[in-house]
Design a protein. Sequence first.
Length: 241
Amino acid sequence: MKLSEKEKASHREAFKKMDLQDKMIYIFSYYKAYIIVPLVVLILLGHFLYASVTRKEPVLYLAFINVAAGDGFKKSVNEDFLTLHFDKPQKKEVLIYNELYLSDNASNENNQYAYASRIKILGSIEAEKLDICICNKEAYDILSNSGYLYDLTQLLTKQELSSLKQQFTYNDVLTNDNRIDHLLDEDTAVDSSSVSVCNGIDISNVKMIKDAGFPEKLYLCIIANSKRIETTRTFIGYLFS
């Protein structure tokens, strides 16, 4: 409701008699809508501008499974690799999922972590946000048996295949597996068959891997539904350069 001139004069007189603290409380109470709304808008605008400036585009999604990547490896990948192969590397990143755990024989204390890691891996594959896995033999076997890995003979050029033939590894991919049916009905005969596929690269002797001091053999695998195949090829070349 609009105040009369007399009421306005009364408010002004009362305001003059207030001390500084009361004046601040009065101003905020009376004008809070005019203060809070612009302030919220400024905060949201600042957050949006900050996110726009600092946001990086993932050019590759890399997972370390049953092994952890050290700071030196992560720094090298996110500096040297990007600088060598991409324009505006400061706007790009290799997104690394680190210390995931994959096992069919997880102990009780590791069971929940193994389950959570498996869900993370499967979710990333389903969302097409996992391109390369660096893992030990146990994780490599699980990924291969599940059919998640790319047949490298269908990916690399003849020259690349020739130069890496000593590092290629073959693993089983299940083509038929009715073990669950057998468990549910013992009269059902077990029918489990597989084929051997070239779907891994032994990177244990790669300088970057050796310098990182990993204690066991490591394998590089490419996820079959990767949408960044050319970048995976570039990354393999970078490791072996």
